[in-house]
Ligand binder design. Structure first.
Ligand code: SF4
Length: 418
């Protein structure tokens, strides 16, 4: 985990680098609408690593792609996505192009389809550097920005190419690609899966981004390469103070690399907590079920999978999204989704005012913020705690917790987590 966010004390550094508020995404198809993300609040502090976990279909990748405004045209996005104080949803295409690959970059979950097969890996990384880091006083022509710029280099751009190529070879060496000068000339089909992922990471860190979005960066890798990639990301964060939004199915990885965790289910953020707080004392029934389904190394415990599937909402969701699979479900759960609220270790609601919030602040979905240390744990439900509208008591079986001794990979499978 990074220590940088703990050391920052200036007023400027106290504001989250990324502040997502009430984010909703709806896809309008010809036959139906899909409510993919529903009122998500999420913040990432400077230098912090935030994990987003949840099964396939929970909206993790859609949330990440919303930040970069890379969703298809059928998507309707509402809410605010503040990055360093600026609402990205209001920026035009040119402004977003300047940000992508520069201040915000992304490692995609499938390195095989994320690299251009007709360009050398080195050309693809150096193109990013030339686009965002031209020498002082020099612009980069549209030709150089394009794929053609890699194939037909003008005399004027020769120096720029030489500089960016040297930086690319340095990056390849840094991410652990052997014989970097030679490998930078090779094409993606000549790279193994792990090598492609390293090339993508080299591209993602080439401009020293403030925010790195890693969408299941180790899903396709064996455990040895996975460990190397995680070490590499930690080194990048340590060196550049990069914030990381880490999307994964793997609870073991989350526990190892994340400062805090957001749990998503069916497009809703159901729980947010400091990492250890989440593993030691999960609050939401879905989080408990998710942790119980993690395979464990110690013997004698049977795997306890969560039955059923994540629902796809084709109408605006009203009740609790987890109602169809929750063992503690009550009739009232289908009518309203209990609000999120700050919760103490004993599941009791924390007083908003007593923790420093201003009177009148909305109680719904208060974010966990490290910089002002407002809350350690925020969750929906805890069987209807802190809710003034859902008065019906839940008469249901106790939802068991988990000992959370996660020591190996969680494995709700599926490479597409949208
Ligand atoms: S008890 Fe009801 S509100 Fe709470 S998680 Fe289960 S279904 Fe949702």
């Amino acid at each position: 985990m990074s220590q940088r966010h703990i050391e920052d004390t200036t007023d400027e550094s106290r504001a989250p680098l990324l502040d997502v508020s009430d984010l909703s995404v709806r896809f309008d198809g010809s036959d139906e609408q899909v409510y993919a993300v529903n009122g998500v609040d999420l913040s990432v502090e400077r230098g912090e690593t935030v994990g987003i976990v949840g099964e396939s279909g929970s909206g993790k990748s859609v949330t990440a792609l919303s930040v970069l405004k890379m969703l298809e045209d059928t998507a309707s996005v509402t809410g605010t996505v503040r990055f360093d104080g600026e609402d990205l949803l209001t920026l035009d295409d040119d402004a977003m192009r300047d940000l992508r690959g520069d201040r915000i970059s992304m490692i995609y979950q499938d390195p095989g389809s994320s690299l251009n097969p007709v360009l050398s890996t080195g050309d693809q990384v150096s193109e990013t550097i030339r686009t965002h880091r031209p020498p002082a006083g020099e612009g980069v022509s549209w030709l150089e920005r394009s794929v053609l710029g890699n194939l037909f280099r003008s005399k004027d751009s020769a120096i720029r190419h030489e500089q960016s190529w040297e930086q690319t070879v340095d990056l390849f060496e840094r991410v652990g690609i052997p014989l970097p000068e030679q490998r930078a000339l090779e094409y993606p089909h000549e790279f193994s899966g792990g090598m492609k992922q390293r090339a993508l990471i080299a591209m993602a860190i080439s401009c020293q981004p403030d925010l790195l979005i890693a969408d299941e960066p180790t899903t396709a890798l064996d455990v040895t390469i996975e460990a190397q990639i995680l070490d590499l990301l930690a080194e990048v964060q340590e060196t550049f103070g990069t914030s990381i939004l880490f999307i994964t199915h793997d609870m073991g990885v989350v526990r190892e690399v994340c400062d805090s965790v957001a749990v998503m289910y069916a497009g809703h953020l159901v729980e947010r907590a400091e990492t250890e707080a989440l593993f030691e004392s999960p609050k939401h029934p879905y989080t408990k079920a998710l942790l119980r389904s993690v395979p464990r190394l110690e013997g004698g415990t049977e795997l306890d999978p969560l039955p059923g599937q994540v629902p796809k909402f084709t109408e605006e969701p009203t009740g609790c999204p987890f109602a169809s699979r929750c063992e503690a479900v009550n009739d009232a759960c289908y009518d309203a989704f209990p609000p999120a609220y700050p919760v103490g270790p004993d599941d009791s609601p924390l007083s908003v005012r007593s923790r420093g919030a201003v009177a009148g602040d909305p109680v719904r979905d208060p974010p966990v913020r490290r910089s002002d240390r407002t809350y350690d744990h925020v969750a929906h439900c805890v069987l209807y705690g802190a809710d003034e509208t859902l008065t019906a008591p839940v008469e249901s079986p106790t939802v068991e917790g988990t000992d959370s001794q996660v020591s190996t990979s969680a494995a709700p499978e599926g490479s597409d987590s949208r």
